[in-house]
Design a protein around this ligand. Sequence first.
Ligand code: ATP
Ligand code: MG
Length: 438
Amino acid sequence: MTDVQDSKRVPRIIPRSEHRISRANISDNALKVLYRLKSAGYQAYLVGGGVRDLSLGREPKDFDVATDARPEAIKKLFRNCRLIGRRFRLAHVHFGPEIIEVATFRALHDPNGDAGGDRVIEDGMIVRDNVYGTLEEDALRRDFTINALYYNIADFTVVDYTGGMEDLEAGVVRLIGEPEVRYREDPVRMLRAVRFAVKLGLKIHPDTAAPISAMAELLQHIPPARLYEECLKLFMSGMALDAFEALRRFNLFAQLFPGVERVLLRDEHGISTRFISAALRNTDERIAEGKPVTPVFLFAALLWPAVREAMQAYLEQDELPEQQALQAASQEVLQEQVQRVAIPKRISIPMREIWNLQLRLARRGGRRAGRLLGHPRFRAAYDFMLLRAEVGEVEQEVADWWTAFQAGSDEERRRMTEQTAPSRRRRRRRRRPPAASE
Ligand code: ATP
Ligand code: MG
């Protein structure tokens, strides 16, 4: 077991009367885990987002626990416990849908020293890190000072080795240690800096912000599956528009969505930027209203400017018919995209349906209109078209037609389809080449 007194640094110990963390706001399950570790003779702290968010008066998304108990010992204490992770070995204690993540104190990464233990470093990047350490070491290897506050269940104090409480009070996201070294160890920290700043309304400390643009390219070494998870956190927590703008400023968006960034850089009239902004604003509003949001709509919108531009090229240069041009464009854009951000098939297949439906919605009318209403993606495709109309990509009249059509009674719908159907038939007949006989 470790002894904090041995440490070189002296932590600031914040007494219960001087911080906002109250057991009333900690989940019962997290408390159960903390108390059981403590009764078994281990140190037990709430750490990370839980302490940070409670200190800011926010509701934490989840609760993370840090302890000097080793994973095997944790597993023995909890029947409902599973050990996970290779890069970091962690214990997950399951309580129905809630998972309390319990991590054993890990040692600080010493860039000059021998890694030792079970740590693997490649090109300065940590690929495996299971060297156990003291509470102090655990604090110093964390990413930001605001994420390195420890709430001690033994006496309800907060242990602060890095000045995290002051930074929280000043509203500053600051990396612990040398920023360039810390980004090299794990480039995802650049995305996390942006995410915490945006989500919590904090500023990124100038020293923490300075290297990001130049180091953004390091994200290319991160597995696309991990970047997909980060994208969900960036864009699905109610601050997607701010995240998008910050990611672009820091040159990070280009790493995540290179194809879209290329289109945005050429976006003379600003339609593509406005479209993505409108979609993200819409997502944020839905979250604020407690409505469900899906990554399908989100990624369909983010990639749409690239798809639309590629489709235009297939139409003009290759003279493909509309449907085929869209298929080819979707294929091309997704293929490049999944090399960076691994959008799973279960998401990209319905994304393509939303795109395909844009062509069918543009034709509106006819007897097919009624059938389209029953399509499982109709609602999403319709919402998507409204956004396109908002930026002038689709005639408002078409969007209004669908709005009225949905709201209409059976009788009104019949009238609407009749009004549009005959004219379409006439048009089609006129276009038909003379050789075609009926
Ligand atoms: P939230 O859960 O609200 O997204 P969080 O800060 O709890 O935020 P987690 O990803 O749950 O984030 O991580 C828990 C804690 O683990 C962090 O607060 C931080 O102390 C540490 N941590 C997470 N990722 C890293 C990283 N890439 N480098 C260093 N420390 C990290
Ligand atoms: Mg967390």
